[in-house]
Every structure is written in structure tokens, then in C-alpha cells.
Design a protein around this ligand. Sequence first.
Ligand code: NAD
Ligand code: MG
Length: 364
Amino acid sequence: MKKRIAVLGATGSIGKSSLDVIERESEKFSVVLLSAHSSRSQLEQLKKQWPSAVCVLTGESSQTLLDAIKDLQPDIIINGISGSAGLEPSFAAIEAGSNLALANKETIVMAGKLILSLAKEKNVKIIPVDSEHSAIFHLIEAHNAPEEIILTASGGPFRKLSLKEMEKVTAQDALSHPTWKMGQKITIDSASMANKGLEIIEACYFFNMPAEKIKVVIHPQSIVHSMIRLSNGAFYAQLSKPDMRHPIHDALHWPQAARNNLDILNFDSLTLEFEKPCLEKFPMLGLAWKAAEKGGLYTCAYNAANEEAVAAFLQQKIRFTDIPVITCSVLEKNWSLHYSDKETILKADSDARLEAVKIIKKMA
Ligand code: NAD
Ligand code: MG
């Protein structure tokens, strides 16, 4: 029987890669649901290609999408929606009893504890698609529980710039990523290393590890997708070309490790470099460790403040180096409330955004 798949955010970078993986293995998978936010013509194109899929344009409201998830109960839902808008569909996926192949890291950063415990209760699996977490997830399945997790980071386009030079970078500069082709928001986050910050938090929740056990190393080639260190001192790493179709393929086939027909890494002339990240140049890293350590709603506030700051940077209201300044100010408020429901998370998200917007207005 074919696995019935939903692709949320089907017109985006993750969505397109997912549909490519599914098309290559159409004897194993069928597409039952596709969603996009505003790109109507692209979604109409996809409807021609996948005529049996229900296609939903979410626009102003995601209710139709949430209803479609409930009705269709797909076997696997790939969540490739960008930003906090991915949260509600993730909850709906779990409520529907669908396994969740999760690219939308914001879901975990905002609601980690709650969503993971709900998944356990409903007996559904959340399989990470973020390349680092996919690597760690499969490494942990193959080995013992790690002593330490080492997240690799490309370092983005500004790795070699000085702090002074970083003050002057434009959105266009930040949107040219050296190794990955991704959506706008995650590309800016990669340049500020907020993406790695979100991934530190994602790793803490996913693998139930304290923040100090999650390390970050710069690896500009993006070939080693992450590593774990076991108690005997041995490191295990996962390597492949930087192509999101690898983790998507692995998530769709989990728990099997199935063959794929993607390009294989060639070691004939491969150089792998590693270096320490500069915390002064990339304060979003330090702020993420702090937010993860504090727990509660701090991680949700980190995400909300960063999302507002990135939007303001793209609208040329603030400088690139203001993104961590805004996030830091928002995190100075008290977010220590422990939560056990989605509403409290959504309220904290909205409060943190209001706070960020206030600071942005003062700066502009
Ligand atoms: P993208 O901008 O290319 O695509 C986003 C998709 O989400 C589009 O289909 C868009 O229509 C939809 N969308 C946007 N806003 C929406 C809203 N308010 N409601 C409903 N749908 C909405 O983004 P992307 O690069 O594919 O990233 C998607 C997610 O995957 C992000 O959370 C990102 O952090 C994560 N991720 C991406 C990559 C990558 O290589 N692109 C790697 C790891 C993780
Ligand atoms: Mg990643």
C-alpha cells in the first residue's frame, strides 16, 4: 500500500524538494494534500501535476488546512511551512494521528515540551527533517544515547566579515547563502546564525539534552550534517552532499533505511574544515543557549523576537546587527511561566512580538 503524504508549504524550498522525492518514488507514495500561503498560480500548477491531491491556499486563515488535515488523516505530513505559522498545522497533524516529518523548526522552538508529549500520548512519531537533527536522530537510532551533540553550521555568508563590516550588510548580501538554497527567512537566519540558535533549542527538546551538551562548530562545506559523542569518547558523524532531499527521503521511509537515487558523495578531492564560531560576531548563538537553559517560554520569545527583527531588516527598518539587540531586549523580560497549553504559547508569541515591534519603532 502506498503511504499517503501531505506536503504543507508545497511551493517553498522544502515543499519542492519533498515533491521531487515523492515523484522519484511514486510507486511508494501518493500525495493527498498540498498547501501554500499566497502563491495561487504555483499551487494551480501543482494541482495539474498531482490531480488527486486536495490543494489548499491558506491566505488569511489556516482553518481550511486544519480541517483538511483532520478529514484526510494522511500517513505522513511534511511540514515545510516557514515561521511560526507552522505551529497550528503541526498540532493538527498530531491530533489527526499522522506522523509528522518536521522541517518547521519553529514548532519545536515554540512548543517543544507540549508537542512532544502530545505526540507520545497520541502514539505518533515526529521525525526531524532539519538536516542536522535528521543526522542526529539517525545516529542516535544506530548508536547509544550521546554524551554530547555537535551541530555543524556553514557559518553563512558573513563568516569572514568583521563586526564593523557586518553593520553595513544589506538584505541582498544576507540572502546569498554559500551552500544551501532556501527560503528568505531561514537564509537571513543562517547569515545571523539565529538559524543555528533555533537549532540548538530544537536539539535540546528533540533529544532531551541540556543546553550545555549542545555544541556548535563551523563547517563551511556543509558535508558533515552533525555529530554525536558517546561516553567512550568516539564521535559519529553523518555525511552527504548538502541536499535536503536526503533528510526528506529518510523521514518518509522511517523506520526503514531505504536506498535512494540521489548523487553520492565523492571523497577524491574533498576538503573538510572546522572552526570555532565567534560569539561576539554572532550573539544569536549565545542568546539561544541562554533561552534554552531558562526554558519556559523563553525559547518561544527568542523565536518571535527574531522573526519580527528579520521582517524589519528585510523592510530596511533596522541594521543587520540590530537583530540580536532586539532579541536580547525582548529576552530581558520575564518569560519563565511554565506552560501546558497551546493558548499560553500563542499569547507569549504575540506578547514577544509586541515588545519587539516597540523596540524596532524606537530604532527606526
Ligand atoms: P520557503 O519560504 O521557501 O517556503 C515556505 C512555504 O510555506 C511556502 O510554500 C509558503 O507558501 C508557505 N507559507 C509561508 N507563510 C505561510 C503562512 N503564514 N501560512 C501557511 N503557509 C505559509 O521556506 P523553506 O526554506 O522551504 O523553509 C520552510 C521551513 O523549513 C522553515 O521552518 C525552515 O526553517 C525549515 N527548513 C528549511 C530548510 C531548507 O533547506 N529550505 C532546511 C531546514 C529547515
Ligand atoms: Mg538545519
